[in-house]
Design a protein around this ligand. Sequence first.
Ligand SMILES: [Cu+2]
Length: 138
Amino acid sequence: MRRNLATAAAILGAIALLGLTGGQLARAQAGASHPVKRFTIVAVEASDVVFWLPSNIEVTQGDRVVIAVKDMLGGPPQMHGFAIPAYHIAILVPKGEAKIVEFTADKAGIFPIICQIHAEHIGGQLVVHPRGAFGSRR
Ligand SMILES: [Cu+2]
């Protein structure tokens, strides 16, 4: 009986070990190709000011970034802009429609996100961490 328990424990240990190895392998493979980071950003209005939420997007250099941008607010204006000038991104987002922005975050740094058609709107920022910074993030 005791021997059976020891055998079962050894088998469970081996399975756990294999699981860990599989996980490490998956992480290594994910690091080899660039991970895709997906976000949904919505227009929000407070005190008569519009801004995009979340305002800050954090990724790692080399990541493929896919952002769905939506403006479901009622009332005028009928359109807002979503732009990251440092990445030459500038789209128009009509009310009630989701627009997709897709790019590779190849430059590290902190870059402003703005509404290019309403200067008064509160912007945000794209934070691209340098690859390899803060230990191995991926
Ligand atoms: Cu706007």
